[in-house]
Each structure stands twice: as C-alpha cells, then as structure tokens.
Design a protein around this ligand. Structure first.
Ligand SMILES: [Zn+2]
Length: 68
C-alpha cells in the first residue's frame, strides 16, 4: 500500500509495508512524521473517536485492496 492510498498526499508513492493494517499504520505514522509533518500534526490532533473512525475506514480500504 502506498502513502497516498493510506490517505497521504496523492503525489507520495512511498510504499508502506506490513502484514496487518496495524503494522502499516505504525510504519505509516513514522513516514508521515518524517515526510509530512503537517499531516502528522493533524492526525495527532484528532480525538480518540476520530482516530477510531479513521482506522475503521483504513481497514475497509485494506480489505478492498487485494494486491498489497
Ligand atoms: Zn508519504
């Protein structure tokens, strides 16, 4: 899965790898903190409920993307 598929900037094609959605999110957060600090700030500013909703949507995307 690429950074842009995960919700990052459309121009970012950095590949985020992991065996589970949780692993990809962990790797993705490290990449986002380094490459997209503005986005990292937005994510950290989200409430617990918003984060859980985002994670739910991310898992749906993961399920819908067969070749990652
Ligand atoms: Zn990126």
């Amino acid at each position: 899965m690429t950074c842009s598929q995960m919700g990052g900037p459309a121009a970012c094609n950095t590949i985020l790898t992991g065996n589970t959605p949780e692993e990809i999110v962990q790797h993705g957060m490290k990449h986002i903190e380094q490459a997209h600090p503005d986005m990292a700030e937005n994510i950290k500013a989200m409430s617990k409920e918003e984060t859980e909703k985002w994670m739910e949507e991310f898992k749906n995307k993961w399920d819908a993307t067969p070749d990652i």
